[in-house]
Design a protein around this ligand. Structure first.
Ligand code: 9D3
Length: 256
């Protein structure tokens, strides 16, 4: 027997396994799942509760609102999945989806796509006991500064972002140049037929067939949109352009 073709695996620790695959079972990710380009394993953390009530949470020490996920239950769930993962002691630490995490970026998504698997810990209630995060060297990742009701929708978004990067998932992979995020800009606006709709015309240049002018127009639009909506991205982009200028100037200087 030869081993099955290796495929990227998302392992999800949750108390709501019914939330999966959810939207990941449809469209691009769903087709890739069916064709074996990636695999999904859900682990019901409640299976690792030890008391007769199957509790996964308890009240916070120090008082305060809400409940906290117990470290022993979460630890047992992580331990069980580590065993399932080829028993590899060097396997990457689990990722805890949490509003306290560092922000998810496309560069993190690319790193995760390059691994054989990821283990995602979905929190509920106020969060997970800090000690199990330290003991298991868990990595904390957030989707942004807004409040979800739990980690599951964040795990679904993260998996979606990784799956579309896996070889064979997208028909024709966009080049780095085309992926406007990679250049640090938001995308230019898109238009399709009809050429006039509700009195609104498609920008003339797009109908012109002048590929060089179209490219320049799109670049300008991407820059204007980024400057207006994302000053953070714009500052980095402008700094990047200045560095390019400087490198070119230094190159020129070294010739003299
Ligand atoms: C009242 C204090 N809340 C912190 C803002 C507590 C709290 C809110 C929401 C604790 C956990 C959650 C559930 N959120 C997630 O599990 C989560 C999340 C999010 O809420 N926003 C952005 N990214 C993520 S990743 C996981």
């Amino acid at each position: 027997m030869t081993a099955a073709a290796p495929c990227w695996t998302a392992r999800v620790l949750t108390i709501f396994p019914e939330m999966f695959p959810g939207p990941l079972g449809l469209s691009l990710a769903g087709k890739a799942l069916e064709s074996g380009l990636w695999a999904l394993e859900t682990v019901d953390m409640r299976a690792f509760a030890r008391d007769k009530h199957r509790s996964v949470d308890d009240t916070p020490f120090g008082g305060g609102p809400g409940m906290v996920m117990r470290p022993d239950v979460v630890d047992a769930a992580i331990a069980a999945t580590a065993d399932a993962d080829t028993g590899d002691a060097d396997a990457a630490p689990a990722i805890y989806l949490s509003p306290r995490g560092r922000l998810l970026t496309q560069s993190i998504v690319r790193e995760l796509a390059a691994r054989p698997s990821v283990t995602l810990l979905c929190g509920r209630y106020e969060g997970v006991d800090e000690r199990v995060l330290a003991a298991r060297q868990v990595d904390e990742i957030s989707l942004g500064d807004f409040v979800l009701s739990g980690g599951e929708p964040a795990a679904i978004a993260l998996i979606d972002a990784v799956v579309r990067l896996l070889p064979g998932v997208l028909g024709a992979p966009a080049t780095l140049e085309e992926e406007s995020f990679e250049r640090g800009l938001l995308e230019y606006p898109h238009y399709t037929r009809p050429a006039e709709w509700q009195g609104r015309a498609v920008p003339e240049v797009l109908l012109s067939g002048h590929h060089e002018r179209i490219r320049a127009w799109r670049r300008r639009q991407a820059e204007e949109t980024t400057r207006a909506r994302r000053p953070d991205l714009w500052t980095r982009y402008v700094a990047g352009l200045k560095n390019l200028d400087q490198a070119a100037a230094e190159e020129e200087g070294s010739k003299r």
